[in-house]
Design a protein around this ligand. Structure first.
Ligand SMILES: [Zn+2]
Length: 228
């Protein structure tokens, strides 16, 4: 295509970095190389007993856990999560999870997992948003790790109420019975990588893990795009 045509297309579909707003080069997807370099990576996959793993100590038997980047309110990279969750920008979840998976591949962090399992949304929520953002994060992981993704065995059967408005006790209990393992055979003997967009209290992931652990000989690892 000639420059003129490219410029016209650029007028209607400007390809701008979601973080800094600079024009993207053709090989760049959503984030420019500069912003990609500046992602505040945790590098937790390089450390056993890292803070993500510690968050689940005493909750359930976790094999491995990590998050790709640190999330702080008001930071430029908060935009990524906002885009993914509220702005219909599913692809950004897949792009960044692929990145994370590629960077972790070298030290075989998740090499022995069998299946990628995104935290399911409640069907009502799914219908409202139109997609499950965790599933798009899972796609990026599954692609690079060359594993399958299971989006049916675990189901969210209860909507949890907004956690920030709850007292400590309620916050502790309101994820009980939220998830249900609907296919025990599908997860038996598997090492499952549970995937979500962001890790905050960890109670959602814990509830999902408790449901999954009702399967026989299940091992659980955790990956989230961001950690608060
Ligand atoms: Zn940028």
């Amino acid at each position: 295509m000639n420059d003129f045509a490219n410029n016209i297309i650029g007028l209607f579909y400007p390809n701008l970095c979601v973080i800094c707003g600079e024009n993207l080069l053709q090989a760049e997807e959503q984030l420019c190389l500069n912003c990609l370099t500046e992602i505040p990576r945790t590098n937790f996959h390089l450390h056993a007993n890292n803070p993500v793993e510690q968050r689940f100590w005493g909750k359930f038997a976790l094999t491995r856990g990590t998050s790709y980047f640190f999330f702080q309110k008001g930071s430029a990279f908060q935009k990524v999560l906002h885009e993914l969750k509220y702005n219909n920008n599913k692809e950004i979840g897949k792009i960044l999870a692929s990145r994370a998976a590629s960077e972790m591949r070298d030290n075989s962090y998740f090499a022995d997992i069998d299946v990628v399992m995104p935290i399911p949304l409640h069907p009502k929520k799914l219908q409202k948003r139109g997609y499950n953002q965790a599933e798009w994060v899972g796609m990026g992981m599954a692609n690079i790790l060359e594993k399958t993704m299971d989006t049916t065995s675990l189901v969210k059967i209860k909507e949890n109420t907004t956690q920030t408005k709850k007292g400590v006790f309620e916050r502790f209990t309101n994820t009980e019975g939220v998830f249900e393992l609907q296919n025990r055979d599908a997860v038996a003997g598997k090492h499952i990588l549970v995937v979500d967009d962001v890790l905050t209290t960890g109670s959602t992931i814990e509830a999902a893990a408790q449901a999954l652990l009702q399967g026989d000989n299940v091992k659980i690892s955790v990956f989230t795009l961001a950690v608060a």
